[in-house]
Ligand binder design. Structure first.
Ligand code: OMP
Length: 241
């Protein structure tokens, strides 16, 4: 795989408190990663200004607000997310079929014939395991739930899913190659696992079929973040295109 393609696969998680910190990371990593993920912390404190800041650096945004509410509320919020000009945003597949289908319908109506943001469904969070599911009354194994939710999302017209790298192969087998698979919980050998439970290395995740890798602390907590990002790029480049 070429260096540019490997870079385009990395979605850097801007999990920081201040606008200045976010701007620092975007200025350091622009051109070295594919997109910047703006999540709940930064969007709650600084809102759409963050998306505009990334845009000013020529970067692209994955808006990670993981919507989960009644169908109408999620559909309307999703149209607003897409209007911001982000490339990707997400909702929780656990919100159900109607919530997802109504969202796709609202997006298609708003952007008919025009390019629009791709919407991803989060399956089971990478910080969850069987015990986490049991505590909320779900008795199925994680892997079974992930495939079930991915298939439900695909049926509702959603563009892809967010899932642990350990489930990528199962999702590819169940949903085919035209369905986006985005995986957080990626840990190069040199990084700490932190609170992630179902992890893989970057090369393993891409080899398994992941389109994009969400990576935060393995880059941001490294002694030399740019070097860490480049090490991850080199690792992804070892995967056959
Ligand atoms: O939707 C996400 O991006 C997401 C889903 C998931 O199941 N697990 C998960 O860790 N994430 C996000 O991915 C990022 C992972 O960051 P690091 O663990 O620092 O690499 C965080 O911003 C999480 O919010």
């Amino acid at each position: 795989m070429t260096r540019d393609e490997a870079r385009s696969r990395i979605l850097f998680a801007l999990d920081v408190e201040s606008f200045a910190d976010a701007k620092h990371w975007v200025s350091v990593l622009s051109g070295h990663v594919g997109m910047f993920k703006v999540g709940k912390q930064l969007f709650t404190s600084h809102g759409p200004d963050v998306v505009r800041m990334v845009d000013n650096f020529g970067g692209q945004v994955f808006l990670d607000l993981k919507y989960h509410d009644i169908p109408n509320t999620v559909a309307m919020a999703s149209v607003e997310a897409a209007r911001l000009g982000v490339k990707l945003f997400n909702l929780h597949a656990l919100g159900g079929y109607e919530m997802m289908a109504r969202t796709v319908e609202a997006l298609d109506k708003e952007f008919s014939g025009k390019e629009r943001a791709k919407v991803l469904a989060v399956t089971i969070l990478t910080s969850s395991n069987e015990e986490t599911l049991r505590q909320v009354g779900i008795e199925y194994p994680v892997r079974e739930m992930v495939v079930r939710l991915a298939q439900l999302a695909q049926k509702a017209g959603i563009d892809g899913v967010v899932a642990s790298p350990q489930e990528v192969e199962l999702i590819r087998a169940a949903c085919g190659n035209d369905f986006l698979v985005v995986t957080p919980g990626v840990r190069p050998a040199f990084a700490s696992t932190d609170d992630q439970k179902r992890i893989m290395t970057p090369a393993e995740a891409v080899r398994a079929g992941a389109d994009y890798l969400v990576i935060g602390r393995p880059i941001s907590a490294a002694a030399d973040p740019l070097k860490a990002a480049e090490a991850i790029v080199e690792e992804i480049m070892t995967v056959e295109a």
